[in-house]
Design a protein around this ligand. Structure first.
Ligand code: ZN
Length: 447
């Protein structure tokens, strides 16, 4: 299978500082054809006629990206460059600059319009997760993309970055979130209960109050912060079948998890209809977290073929530990008797991951590369043979040349239809980009 879809998520300001010709040549030599620069959706001009049906002003995000930036850095060079010119330069190297947009999370937008955020079971608003059912949110994203596409030549793909639903980012567990014991905390997800979601639920005949009661009761159990409670849960949820027992006892949770996924699907379908009306030839892709836990974000692999043209699976196995450790460490802080081994063993069992049994190592080195194989395989089998799964692999530190090569090899073995190299966390070794291309060539996936 020669000429797979091959792309990268690079950082524009880094490429700019290095010299675009040099950076573009390296991508070309690695077989990369599609570039998704971090924050690119905020570099384009704003034409007010596309935002008539939303109160969200796109300038809020643009100003934030220019002056503050997010965890992927400021976007000063990116925002102040003329992408029509850069696109022409990239074309000389066989590269296409596509559009990536994050239609779920924005701290500056939520700060400016708090009522567009998701609401938890107690009525609190999230500080950065926008509700996929909120009309202002939906019209902002469809309007923004229409504005970009109608005023920019040559965009061939729009990528939805983590279109999903949650309350806070597990990478930054806020202080006000009480530690929640696994698996109960992740099974009984208390959002979104905003007026738009509640109305949709009621229209579908869902008993929202009964679901709230069930979620509250499970959350109560999940926040009994004793060593006994931790071991009771660890001892009783050992395998996949144990979760079925939980669902039989709490059947409304299943209705709720399905409903949450339908809210995300509905947002994507609305987006798709709008995009394909503007230009049916533009591909729509969506970035999902790994299938073992994507359902917690309302992302269902099996549903992707009816919504998008391809799915990009993001499993940054060398980086994931530093994010996933945060909620685990919150639990350990509340219950100091829990050892690293105990909490990591429980975590790995629930997600089906393998990795180090030491928290410090988990944080710095992440999980084993074999997980790349299993997650890509699951995604392929869930989404079906006709839907493209693009393996998003880590190129950022601490990934080494060997790590990149191994990940490419395992994703290929699992049946990936394409490959993306992630570089957004900055300062990725350039050798990782070269190694990515070398391994793809060795496997015959690029010429
Ligand atoms: Zn909502």
């Amino acid at each position: 299978m020669v000429d797979a879809y091959v792309g990268a998520w690079p950082v524009f300001d880094e490429d700019y500082e290095e010299g675009l010709d040099k950076a573009f040549l390296r991508y070309k030599e690695a077989g990369i054809k599609h570039l998704m620069y971090a924050g690119i959706a905020h570099t384009f001009g704003v034409h007010p006629q596309y935002y008539k049906n939303t109160k969200i002003d796109p300038q809020v995000q643009i100003d934030f990206e220019t002056n503050h930036g997010d965890l992927f850095g400021t976007k000063y060079r990116l925002v102040n460059s003329d992408f029509n010119e850069i696109r022409l330069l990239a074309k000389k190297y066989g590269l296409n600059l596509e559009v990536n947009i994050t239609p779920g999370v924005s701290e500056p937008i939520v700060a400016a319009y708090p009522d567009v955020a998701v609401m938890d079971v107690e009525g609190n608003r999230s500080k950065h997760w926008m509700c996929p059912s909120n009309p202002d949110v939906r019209n902002y994203f469809t309007g923004r993309v229409e504005d970009i596409i109608r005023h920019t030549e040559g965009i061939r793909e729009v990528e939805l970055d983590v279109v999903s639903i949650d309350f806070y980012d597990p990478q930054v567990v806020p202080d006000w979130v009480p530690p929640e014991l696994n698996p109960l905390g992740r099974l009984a997800i208390g959002n979104c209960f905003c007026e738009h979601c509640v109305k949709k639920a009621k229209d579908r005949g869902i008993d929202v109050d009964a679901i709230k009661r069930e979620i509250r009761a499970i959350n109560k159990d999940a926040t009994v912060l004793t060593y006994q409670q931790f071991t009771d849960l660890s001892d009783s949820y050992r395998g996949i079948f144990d979760i079925v027992r939980f669902l039989l006892r709490n059947p409304k949770i299943l209705t709720w998890l399905n409903f949450r996924a339908s809210l995300v699907n509905d947002h994507v379908l609305n987006f798709r209809n709008s995009l394909k009306k503007i230009d049916p030839s533009i591909l729509l892709s969506s970035d999902l977290v790994a299938p073992s836990f994507s359902w917690t974000l309302g992302q269902i692999y099996a549903d992707q073929p009816k919504m998008t043209d391809m799915t990009k699976l993001m499993l940054y196995h060398k980086r994931i530990g530093s994010f996933e450790a945060k909620p685990l460490q919150r639990i350990q802080k509340a219950i100091p008797d829990i050892s690293d081994h105990e909490i990591l063993e429980q975590y790995y069992r629930l997600k089906g991951f393998s990795g180090p049994m030491d928290m410090a190592q988990f944080i710095t080195q992440g999980i084993d590369v074999e997980n790349v194989y299993y997650e890509v395989r699951k995604a392929k089998l869930e989404a079906g043979a006709n839907h493209k799964i693009i393996a998003g692999l880590v190129g950022d530190p601490p990934a080494t040349v060997e790590d990149v090569k191994n990940a490419v090899m395992l994703a290929d073995r699992a049946g990936a239809d394409g490959f993306m190299l992630h570089l957004w966390y900055r300062n990725a070794p350039k050798e990782n980009i070269v190694a990515f291309g070398e391994q793809l060539k060795a496997l015959g996936r690029v010429v």
